[in-house]
Write a protein that binds this ligand. Structure first.
Ligand code: HEM
Length: 409
């Protein structure tokens, strides 16, 4: 019982020996929404002690992030970033030096592979009867088979880039997923394993919420990569390096295209399961996704009615950036078009790359909309919008304006 272990730890607290396993087990047993007040109080006590706790800084930081996500509900801070435990995943952020853009893909490849494999690993454990975790409404084997197939489609390109695909020889989807999981787990550092283990705190005990969380986290990873690479493209254009900018924008299109089967994977979620655990996710909506809004607003400054709508009021710090002087790819491209420094033809590859990315993002919105309609039916959104009518209205918002102006292909 975790409170006993936690009480014992509190007698001689050391960050490195925090009983994560026992605490997480307790959360998984009932769901984050139903954790016993006694445990929550003890965890709050641990949080109060954080400034005095000794131990290596990364361990202190992990514990602080874990407590922040574990205590979001009693603190009444629960929202999309805490639901997804994003602080534990340490995604690339908008304040990272732009010079790091080329390394973001490596980080995001690793994380995507780890998150998706963890989801597949959970499906395998449930299929084999090796876990009692989140026991409600286990999916049927056909749905699980689809999860294996779509999951593998998502991670295969990343596994190739990571040189982890050599042992993927099985033809049966489940066996292939097993091989991928073994390769990815074997390649993970201690810190990566810990982050993956701690970043899954479902609100309830429905099997499919595991998939839901991992898919959202994997998409967030992609968005963080996109926003980093768009910043890279803007910086490249500022220095007149058009080829480099084309490289970044093309990488964005590739990343978004590779992530698309995540939607197919999520489409296997049982509607009944979703509607049940959704009762306890009140307060968390992906409209609060900073990474998505960063992508949108780095492409082009959103129109003022959108900036003044829940779309941006739900992400206040991104809104501040938008109202400040956040540069955009659209402006950087427009400036080049208007200047006589670069010949029109030299910009063609960039216009094409931007168009390809725009198409990929519009496809993303359309697929998301269709999935939302399927899962929600007539139900409204998470309290922020009227739900799918909002998505129908925003799905065609232009990603760029400059291409329209120049009539590029
Ligand atoms: C069961 C599947 C899903 C349903 C039913 C759903 C539903 C919705 C709804 C109704 C909204 C409007 C905001 C609100 O009222 O809460 C929304 C917004 C959004 N969703 Fe989803 N969603 C689903 C999956 C996903 C996934 C997998 C992602 C990937 C991260 C995602 C990302 C977003 C984003 C970024 C927004 C904000 C869009 C904007 O403000 O323009 N959603 N979703």
């Amino acid at each position: 019982m975790s409170t006993a272990e936690l009480r014992s730890w509190l007698r001689t607290p050391a960050v490195k020996s925090f009983p994560y396993g026992a605490v997480v087990r307790e959360y998984h047993g009932v769901g984050k929404h139903f954790v016993a007040p006694e445990l929550l109080e003890l965890l709050a006590e641990v949080r109060d002690m954080l400034p005095e706790l000794s131990g290596p800084w990364p361990h202190v930081q992990t514990l602080a992030s874990f407590l922040s996500t574990a205590l979001d509900k009693p603190d009444k801070r629960y929202d999309y970033p805490t639901y997804l435990a994003l602080s534990l995943l340490q995604l690339p952020g908008p304040d990272d030096p732009v010079e790091q853009a080329p390394f973001a893909r490596t980080r995001c490849d690793r994380l995507t592979a780890q998150l998706v494999c963890d989801a597949l690993g959970f499906e395998l454990s449930a299929l084999d009867g090796r876990t009692t975790l989140l026991p409600l409404l286990r999916p049927d084997p056909t749905a699980v088979g689809k999860r294996f197939r779509h999951g593998m489609r998502v991670i295969r390109p990343a596994l190739q880039r990571m040189a982890l695909d050599a042992g993927l020889t099985a033809t049966d989807p489940g066996d292939l997923a097993r091989q991928a999981c073994a390769a990815v787990y074997g390649d993970m550092s201690y810190a990566e394993r810990r982050a993956v283990e701690l970043s899954i705190l479902p609100v309830y005990t429905m099997h499919d919420e595991y998939l839901f969380l991992r898919v959202l986290q994997a998409f967030e990873t992609t968005f963080s990569l996109l926003s980093t690479q768009i910043r890279g493209a803007i910086a490249a254009l500022d220095e007149g390096e058009i080829e480099r900018a084309v490289h970044f924008v093309t990488s964005c299109e590739t990343a978004l295209r590779e992530s698309a089967p995540l939607f197919s994977m999520l489409a296997t979620m049982q509607i009944e399961a979703f509607r049940t655990f959704r009762e306890f996710t009140e307060g968390a909506s992906a409209i609060q996704s900073r990474n998505y809004k960063l992508v949108e607003s780095l492409c082009r400054k959103p129109d003022s009615d959108r900036v003044d709508s829940p779309a941006y009021h739900s992400v206040p710090d991104v809104r501040t950036r938008v109202l400040g002087s956040q540069p955009t790819l659209d402006e950087a491209y427009s400036r080049l078009c208007d200047s006589d420094v670069v010949a029109g033809d030299a910009l063609k590859p960039l216009a094409e790359a931007m168009n390809a990315f725009e198409r990929a993002l519009l496809r993303w919105r359309q697929t998301h909309y269709r999935l939302a309609v399927r899962m929600l039916g007539e139900a409204s959104g998470t309290g922020y919008t009227e739900g799918t009518p909002y998505l129908a209205a925003v799905r065609d918002i232009p990603v760029f304006r400059a291409n329209e102006k120049t009539g590029a292909p």
